[in-house]
Design a protein around this ligand. Structure first.
Ligand SMILES: [Zn+2]
Length: 394
């Protein structure tokens, strides 16, 4: 049921004191206040209270204030490829056509669509992102967009390119990413990890996304081996063989609490143990995985292992939208065993932690940035409230 109000995104650096009231305040999945308000000062949340405020306040209505959503893995720079590629020929043909089309479209179109996608994202309430960019064209777009999070310049291949600078800078930091274990040399991956790690920044990498990747890392042959050979990349000394992609990265010393492992679609029980032991951050992109690989990540077992998956969408080349409300709804629908509070955490706090932003966002609590969303969900029961939020029903 839609109430008298609409979804609103409230974000900004107020230099004055403001009070925002609503029927519910979800501080995080474990702390919910019915009839409460936030006190804001200098762009930060000063305090959260139950009850009705005294004095002047902004009353948003009977719905709920929630933290902004976090898209921990996306590629804004591929936004121009929306609805341009078919998924049904398999993953590798999709990658080939992606590279060709990206070239054909040209930088101007890529920039134009990336700008539009960044602005759409904010309007829908995803205010924090982990943007991964191979071309580097989205760095400035992100800086000018008002989106916060981490910009990852992505590298792949033998590692002969010079690695750009990293910079820790709240609320938008600049770090580096390795493309994937099967596309990047160990030397390159280690250099990238050292560079980001020394600045205390997250290092992002796609891991265990396709069967071809696992086949290549385990056997050193197959479609990816041909793909690399075709591009003149010599993987003879990469040290691959008899390992899963997760074990291979672990062996290289790349998995720790500052690494963000994305996808994890083909992982074994042993991999799950490695991920848990190394305290690596993880991000899943279920809608993209379904489109490209007709398979979904094992989120239930990740949670059982104590891992806290964040949500990402990947790009518009493999997913219908970059909106984390849509990703949450997909997860709620396809993983009926997950309770709605868990799904909510994936889209908020887990995402903030994955990007090292938990001191800034991920919850509505004292000291966090004064960004929040008002949703017109007029609901009496807390469990139902979460159910409707995560399934996008209001
Ligand atoms: Zn990706």
């Amino acid at each position: 049921m839609t109430g008298p109000f609409f979804k609103k995104i409230i974000s900004g650096a107020w230099d004055k004191r403001e009070v925002h009231r609503a029927g519910w305040i979800i501080m995080d999945s474990a702390k919910t206040i019915q009839n409460g308000y936030l006190e804001i000062e200098n762009g930060l949340i000063k305090e959260v209270f139950a009850g009705t405020p005294k004095g002047i306040f902004i009353d948003h209505g009977p719905g709920v204030l929630i933290p902004p959503l976090v898209n921990a893995h996306l590629h804004l720079e591929l936004s121009a490829l929306k609805n341009r590629l078919s998924f049904d020929k398999g993953f590798q043909p999709w990658v080939r056509s992606l590279l060709e089309l990206r070239q054909t479209l040209g930088t101007e179109a890529l920039i134009r669509e990336a700008k539009k996608a960044a602005s759409d994202l904010q309007a829908l309430g995803t205010l924090y992102v982990g943007e991964v960019s191979t071309l580097g064209i989205t760095k400035q777009i992100l800086e000018n967009s008002g989106l916060s999070g981490v910009f990852f310049k992505e590298y792949l291949g033998s590692g002969n390119d010079e690695i750009g600078n990293v910079r820790k800078n709240a609320p938008l930091s600049f770090s580096v990413a390795g493309h994937a274990p099967h596309t990047s040399s160990p030397k390159l991956l280690k250099d990238l990890k050292n560079q980001s790690g020394s600045a205390g920044l997250p290092f992002s990498i796609h891991v265990a996304e396709s069967e071809e990747e696992s086949e290549f890392i385990f056997y050193g042959k197959g479609a990816w081996a041909d793909f690399l050979t075709e591009r003149g990349i010599d993987y003879g000394r990469w040290g691959i063989g008899s390992k899963t992609p997760v074990a291979y990265l672990d062996h290289m010393g790349l998995l720790d609490s500052l690494t963000l492992a994305v996808h994890l679609l083909h992982i074994t029980k042993e991999d799950m143990d490695i991920l848990a032991r190394s305290q690596v951050k993880i991000c899943v992109c279920p809608r993209s995985n379904r489109n490209l690989h007709s398979r979904l990540p094992d989120i239930e077992n990740m949670l059982k292992k104590g891992l806290r998956p964040a949500l990402g969408t990947d790009s518009l080349a493999s997913c219908d939208s970059l909106d984390i409300f849509d990703e949450m709804a997909f997860v709620a629908k396809h993983y009926p065993k997950l309770d709605p509070q868990t799904v909510f955490s994936m889209a908020t706090l887990n995402g903030a932690e994955a990007l090292g932003l938990e001191h800034i966002t991920g919850a509505l609590s004292k000291g966090k940035k004064a960004d929040f969303i008002y949703l017109p969900v007029d609901e009496k029961k807390k469990t139902k409230l979460f159910e409707r939020i995560v399934s996008n029903e209001y």
